[in-house]
Design a protein around this ligand. Structure first.
Ligand code: SF4
Length: 324
């Protein structure tokens, strides 16, 4: 099987996001460039721990790839999500990229994932104004937990970051969906829960998503919390935001389109190069029949393009795969 080099593509998916629905991703970095090196990162360990804003991938190239994707006649996604291999606000062309996405897909919402580390910068907050949804993370307000879990660049100050996000909330008129990821024995402390309870009350996000690891993280120290802990956190933080959950915002209802096996295998490989997924997650994300995805996975395994990445249970459908 002949497959293109997946590292050249900055538009990936669509993938099914538990928080956003069927999302077409745009990778603004091109490699693992981030201001954090989180234990739980789904991408991989950070190779460039950095705080400089640069045009890491030319803006014109990103928008050109997006235009090509649109013109190829794919089933439209439900949302465009700026994220990818690292922290998207590190791209200095963020504002122009959001504007370009809206020009190419005037009927789709644009979402931006961020770890909040650059929220203290007025220019970043200004550029994010044009996004329909911003999804910031704030896993902990306890300094020792933050250093252990998020492993930040030494110049990312936790208190300054938290204040920056509060300032953004004051200015921003779009939807703010806060994510708190819990890792067992690290940031699931009562001290963090109390601090975040106060913080969420002040932030007033449109929604809080309390989540835990659902895939293997970059480092083995990151372990999921149990359902009881998740439930306790959700119950405590509920009431400070209109919604506290992990449900998709949007849902799809179009029939599954036919795809030739080669094209589907390329889409599966491109998706797995971004994050580990199960066959079921891939089928939902790519809007493809589960049987066809399973066949593509088998072919990709035989040709040495993908590998197993573990499983939550013995059920084969829950096995994770990632690109090699
Ligand atoms: S999880 Fe997000 S913020 Fe953390 S290292 Fe990965 S890309 Fe960066």
């Amino acid at each position: 099987m002949t497959l293109p080099p997946v590292s050249s593509a900055h538009v990936f998916g669509p993938v099914t996001s538990g928080r956003l629905g069927r999302s077409l991703g745009i990778d603004l970095l091109g490699e693992k460039i981030c201001s954090f090196d989180c234990l739980y990162c789904e991408v991989k360990p950070t190779t460039r721990l950095i705080l400089d804003r640069r045009e890491w991938v030319p803006t014109a190239q990103l928008l050109d790839e997006l235009r090509q994707w649109r013109d190829a006649g794919h089933t439209p996604p439900e949302v465009l999500t700026l994220g990818g291999s690292g922290e998207p606000t590190l791209h200095s062309g963020l504002g122009a990229i959001i504007a370009g996405c809206k020009a190419l897909f005037p009927n789709l919402p644009v979402a931006v994932l961020t770890n909040s580390s650059l929220m203290h910068l007025p220019e970043v907050r200004r550029e994010l104004q044009a996004a329909d949804m911003v999804l910031p993370s704030m896993d902990t307000l306890i300094e020792a937990e933050y250093r252990r879990l998020n492993r930040p660049h030494r110049q990312v100050d936790l208190q300054r970051m938290a204040q920056g996000l509060l300032a953004f909330r004051q200015e921003y008129t779009g939807r703010l969906l806060l994510e708190i990821l819990l890792s067992k024995g690290i940031n699931d402390s009562n001290a963090n829960l109390a601090a975040l309870q106060d913080y969420v009350a002040r932030l007033q996000p449109d929604r809080v998503d309390i989540v835990t690891l659902s895939r293997p993280g970059a480092y083995p120290e990151a372990v999921a919390v149990d359902a009881a802990t998740l439930g306790r956190w959700r119950a405590t933080l509920c009431g400070h935001a209109p919604t506290t959950a992990c449900a998709p915002l949007l849902c799809a209802s179009e029939p599954l389109p036919r795809q030739d096996p080669e094209t589907l295998a390329q889409a599966v490989l491109a998706s797995l190069s971004r994050r580990p997924q199960t066959a079921l997650q891939l089928a939902q994300a790519l809007h493809a029949p589960a049987v066809a995805v399973q066949l593509a996975l088998e072919k990709l395994q035989q040709s040495g393009h993908i590998q197993h990445r573990g499983s939550k249970t013995d059920d084969p459908s829950e096995q994770f795969f990632s690109a090699i």
